[in-house]
Ligand binder design. Structure first.
Ligand code: GDP
Ligand code: MG
Length: 177
C-alpha cells in the first residue's frame, strides 16, 4: 500500500517444517538462489529469504523461514510460526520415520497458528527412487486426509521445487484477495 502507483503490495510469511535432514534448507536455497549443498550444515545464519513472483500483474513477495536446525531439539519456537500464512511440511521419501512425524508437525503448526494456513505436504528427495521408503500413494492419501496440497520434490535435481512454493503462494493470494 506504500506503492507509488497506488497498487497493493503483498508479503506472505511461509514456514518450512519437518524432521532434521529432510532437505528443508536445501529446498529454500534451491528456490531462492538456485543453489544446492551436499554437505549443508544446520545453520547458514539466515532466518528467512524473500522471493518474489507476479500474480495478476502484482508483485507478491514470499518471506520464507527456515528453522536453522532447531528441530533437532524439538524446540521450534512460537516466534517461528507467528504470522505464518503458508507452510511446507517436509518429509524424506527415503526415510519412513520422517513421514511418520508429519502428524506431529501438523499438530504443532495448528497449535501455533491463529489463521488459515495454506499447507503443502512435500515428499523431498524423489531423486532417491532406488531407496524409496514411502510410496507416492501414501503421501497423496495422507495429504488428502489432512486437506493439504501434495508434491514430491528434489532439491538436488530441482524437480517440482519452484512449483511447490508457487502453489502455496498462489493459494495464500487466493485466500486474501
Ligand atoms: P534440513 O535439516 O531439513 O534443513 O536438511 P538439509 O537441507 O540440510 O539437507 C540434509 C541432507 O540431505 C544434506 O546432505 C543434503 O545435501 C541432502 N538433501 C537435501 N535435499 C535433497 C534431495 O532432494 N535429494 C538428495 N538426494 N539429497 C538431498
Ligand atoms: Mg536446515
Amino acid at each position: 500500500s506504500s506503492d507509488e502507483e497506488g497498487g497493493e503490495e503483498y508479503l506472505f510469511k511461509i514456514v518450512i517444517i519437518g524432521d532434521s535432514a529432510v532437505g528443508k534448507s536445501n529446498l529454500l536455497s534451491r528456490y531462492a538462489r538456485n543453489e544446492f549443498n551436499l554437505h549443508s550444515k544446520a545453520t547458514i545464519g539466515v532466518e528467512f529469504q524473500t522471493q518474489s513472483m507476479e500474480i495478476d500483474g502484482k508483485e507478491v513477495k514470499a518471506q520464507i523461514w527456515d528453522t536453522a536446525g532447531q528441530e533437532r531439539f524439538r524446540a521450534v519456537t512460537s516466534a517461528y510460526y507467528r504470522g505464518a500464512v503458508g507452510a511446507l511440511v517436509v518429509y524424506d521419501i527415503s526415510r519412513r520415520t520422517t513421514f511418520e512425524s508429519v502428524g506431529r508437525w501438523l499438530d504443532e503448526l495448528k497449535t501455533h497458528s491463529d489463521t488459515t494456513v495454506a499447507r503443502m505436504l512435500v515428499g523431498n528427495k524423489c531423486d532417491l527412487e532406488n531407496i524409496r521408503d514411502v510410496s507416492v500413494e501414501e503421501g497423496k492419501s495422507l495429504a488428502e486426509a489432512e486437506g493439504l496440497f501434495f508434491m514430491e520434490t528434489s532439491a538436488l535435481d530441482s524437480t517440482n521445487v519452484k512449483k511447490a512454493f508457487e502453489i502455496v503462494i498462489r493459494e495464500i493470494y487466493n485466500n486474501v484477495s
